[in-house]
Design a protein around this ligand. Structure first.
Ligand code: FAD
Length: 811
């Protein structure tokens, strides 16, 4: 074993082998893989190893397409050929119109990545898969790229090619301890000696948290037992004269593919079981859990009804093995939160299909800092604070039980709720609030008309439409109150805080005490990294002069890591998180000023407290910091209150608001209003795939500044011209909003992708944001949007549709 290496990948399943292979492909050959047993002796060896191209967002589709292209290349490589049945095709079944609508949406979304799914009716499903009945079947989604691969051969081939280029693989070598040194490199102790590495990668499958513990962290990954069986040969398969396509069934929770002359059928039973919660025996390698078909009987019945041929065929083999899940079902691939030079590729529940792509995106992140796609949907930093072992297990069970049931727009499933609340959550619940979940926080979505109000899950405008319209109307004509909990708040102190922020932010940084501004942080490649509200708090008995850096609720760890990584050793800068200590109450509407004046001493006139001002005060008896900022476009205050005083502040505002028509409004109303103002959401519209010019944020960039992170790359991008441009569209539809990922079409050609869509209740417009090819991005351009299979006429319009001169805020 070497004594030092650049990257040590721990774990030799598909995750580790793919990472090693792609590091070499990116040009880093001084890399090693350390495996405690043989390669693939964790979950990988017994995987059903189906490889599909279906994903619910473009990043997932893109990375799966990469897997498929790579596996085809490896299959055809004469030096180390891999058994890969590519192109058997696969059907995702549906028995409701709502599921079919979803499939049509995902078809529109995948087209933007160059992937074509087909929508089939029930008869066509049965024609392509002659073993299935059309009973209780509406149709399905066809994915022609689906197939299955030999998992052991795949990993051996990846390791072979990596080794040939200079990488080393150490088998039967268990990692036993990890120590980070003063220079942020690592010492790795193993059963075969010690090796130093600049960077470590945790790819340890179900043993993820054994290695995480060696680093002093815990990952939100839980294992579930998962079973499939393989049947004896089925004559009807032979007779069909072609391989059977894959099946995925959200109606009865099973899947199947062809295995030799029979079928492999796997189950996602409701009566499911976590595995290894209290530790895993060190001897569990190349091993399985005991068979337990009793548990899957109910699911089995559904599979038998769909494929009656199963009733007449014997079972050859049963496999029950551990499979890993995370809190939201997507893996964790990227930097380990709170650590430097440490990455992970864990929580893979479809690791064979996705592993090629995940290793590719991880290697890019390690070598270049970012990947070619925005990887937020798999970023390990997307959960903060609540991602403990108990919640992870609950969400893993829920996800397993719903394996093939995609989330509908606005769907938030019940397991593990409420995870994060404020003192106001039960009060809002008593007032009829429906809650959405933002990074674990229960946030008011809208106020229900009655307790038994349950809008239909669908891709259309639903029964909340009029409720949201009424909330918006009250904000526009009177005044509304909304709680924005979990908003990320980093307090930056020290005499160099503005010098530091000047380097981090690509535009002007407000520096005057009592002033607020918006700033954007870029990657070293000049792309959008973070969006932050910079608020300068004056010195007072509450503290010294300081900055509050505010950003989206899920961004706490992401932004903290980025900021901490760039504080220079000689800089007087301290950053601490106040995210869990304070909450924002937003008071918005023409009567907001009267309400605040009635419960907070001081002159709140626009002359004394104009837009973008900040002041410390008391709301009733609650200490508060008020900022004149607005995400709705109405005159508004963000009232920042310590959680201990939140109820007191709420009571004061409520009492003062009574005679001004104060009513609650929720996140859906906010979304409607922000789209009319051209305001963007981090990770919906603000993506690392685009630079600030492409995103329409030129006014927040000051190229004349001597330096900021990303400036050099941005200069080059500016001279090359934009690849895409963010535009606002109005749609000719009153039934459907545009959904994130939907394709923009010019005749039959995809020219863009939707990032957000909603109805603007003040303007009466069905609005969407989309990134579009520059040639088709001019105002007035007519395009169409593929919304759930229907082409809807759309026109590019000005980005700000409501109060375009900002008169309500400025004057
Ligand atoms: C029954 C079943 C069917 C499945 N079917 C499919 C499917 O059809 N399609 C699909 O895409 N996915 C499927 N999966 C999921 C897929 O198999 C997994 O996502 C994938 O194999 C996980 O790979 P991994 O590399 O993350 O983990 P593993 O394969 O578990 O690899 C982790 C490796 O890390 C090593 N390791 C652990 N600790 C240490 C240490 N301290 N030092 C050194 N090495 C260590 C282990 O020995 C192991 O080799 C299935 C899973 C199961 C259980």
């Amino acid at each position: 074993m070497k004594s030092r290496t650049k990257v040590a990948v721990i774990g030799g399943g598909i995750a580790g082998c793919s990472t090693l292979y792609h590091l070499v492909q990116e040009g880093w050959t001084d890399v090693v893989l350390i495996e405690r047993d043989e390669l693939t002796s964790g979950t990988t060896w017994h995987s059903a190893a189906q490889v599909t191209n279906f994903g619910m967002n473009q990043t997932m589709v893109g990375l799966k397409s990469h897997s498929i292209a790579l596996y085809k290349k490896l299959r055809d490589d004469p030096d180390y050929p891999v058994g890969y049945h590519h192109g058997d095709g696969g059907i995702r079944l549906a028995n409701t119109e709502a599921q079919m609508q979803g499939y049509r949406h995902f078809t529109s979304m995948a087209r933007g990545m160059g992937v074509e799914y087909e929508i089939l009716d029930a008869e066509e499903c049965a024609r392509r898969h002659p073993l299935i009945s059309t009973e209780n079947l509406l149709g399905g989604l066809w994915d022609g790229e689906d197939g299955d691969i030999d998992p052991a051969q795949l990993c051996q081939a990846l390791a072979f090619h990596a080794r040939r280029a200079g990488a080393e693989v150490y088998r039967h070598t268990a990692v036993t301890a990890l120590t980070q040194k003063g220079d942020d490199t690592w010492t790795i102790e193993t059963t075969k000696g010690t090796i130093d590495a600049d960077i470590v990668v945790n790819a340890c499958g179900y043993r993820v948290n054994e290695v995480a513990e060696m680093m002093g962290v815990h990952h939100p990954v839980a294992s579930m037992e998962h079973q499939y069986f393989i049947t004896e040969d089925i004559p009807a398969i032979q007779e069909a004269g072609h391989r059977m396509p894959l099946l995925r069934c959200p109606i009865s929770d099973y899947y199947s593919r062809q295995e030799k002359g029979g079928l492999l059928v796997g189950f996602y039973e409701q009566d499911c079981k976590t595995w290894g919660m209290d530790g895993i025996s060190p001897g569990f390698a190349n091993d399985l859990c005991p068979d337990d078909l009793d548990r899957v009987m109910e699911v089995l019945e559904g599979a038998f009804e769909r494929m009656p041929v199963l009733a007449d065929v014997g079972i050859k083999r049963i496999v029950n093995g551990p499979i890993t899940y995370t809190i939201d079902g997507a893996p964790l691939v990227g930097p380990i939160p709170g650590k430097t030079n440490a990455f992970c590729i864990i929580g893979l529940r479809a690791g064979l299909g996705e592993g090629g792509g995940h290793g590719w995106l991880l290697a890019q992140q390690i070598v270049h800092g970012e990947a070619c796609y925005d990887t937020w949907c798999i970023d390990p930093r997307r959960f903060t604070g609540h991602d403990n072992v108990e919640l992870t297990a609950l969400k893993a069970i829920e996800d397993y039980q719903n394996e093939f049931r995609f989330h509908f727009p606005h769907e938030h499933r019940p397991a593990g709720r409420p995870a994060k609340t404020t003192p106001l959550t039960p009060i809002f619940a008593a007032e009829g609030a429906e809650f959405t979940v933002v990074n674990g926080w229960e946030r008011v979505e809208y106020i229900k008309p009655s307790n038994d109000f349950h809008p239909t899950l669908s891709f259309e405008f639903d029964e909340t439409f009029d409720l949201v319209a009424a909330e918006v109307r009250n904000v526009q004509t009177n005044v509304g109150l909304c709680e924005v909990n979990g908003f990320n708040r980093l307090e930056i102190t020290g005499s160099d805080r503005h010098k530091f922020l000047d380097r981090m932010i690509c535009g002007n940084v407000p520096k005057r005490a009592g002033r607020v501004g918006l700033g954007y942080l870029l990657t070293h490649h000049g792309m959008i990294k973070c969006e932050a509200t910079i608020a300068n708090i004056p010195a007072s008995d509450r503290g010294p002069e300081r900055v509050w850096y505010g950003s989206a609720a899920a961004s706490e760890t992401h932004d903290m890591d980025w900021l901490q990584a760039h504080v220079q050793p000689d800089e007087d800068v301290t950053i601490q998180s106040l995210t869990n200590d304070m909450t924002i109450l937003v008071l918005a509407g023409p009567k907001a000023r009267q309400v605040l004046s009635d419960c907070a001493r001081g002159d709140w006139s626009k002359a004394a407290f104009p837009w973008l001002s900040l002041r410390e005060c008391f709301v009733g008896i609650a200490p508060a910091t008020v900022m004149a900022v607005s995400f709705s476009g109405e005159w508004a205050y963000e009232i920042h209150v310590p959680n201990a005083s939140l109820y007191a502040a709420y009571l004061a505002l409520k009492a003062a608001g009574e005679r001004h028509g104060l009513q609650l409004f929720g996140a859906r109303a906010v979304d409607s209003m922000r789209m009319e103002k051209g305001f963007l959401h981090w990770k919906a519209d603000l993506l690392t795939e685009f630079d600030p010019f492409e995103t329409g944020l030129s006014k927040f960039v000051k190229m004349e500044k001597p330096a900021f992170i990303g400036k050099v790359a941005l200069e080059k991008r500016q001279s090359d011209g934009p690849q895409r441009k963010l535009v606002t569209l109005k749609l000719e539809s009153t039934s459907h909003p545009a959904h994130s990922g939907a394709s923009l079409m010019l005749d039959d050609v995809v020219v863009g992708t939707v990032t957000s869509g909603d109805w603007g209740h003040r303007t009466g417009l069905n609005l969407a944001y989309a990134f579009v090819e520059p040639a088709f991005a001019a105002q007035g351009q007519k395009l169409s949007i593929d919304i759930c299979g229907a082409l809807v006429n759309a026109e590019i319009i000005a980005p700000v549709q409501y109060d375009p001169d900002f008169a309500l805020l400025r004057k």
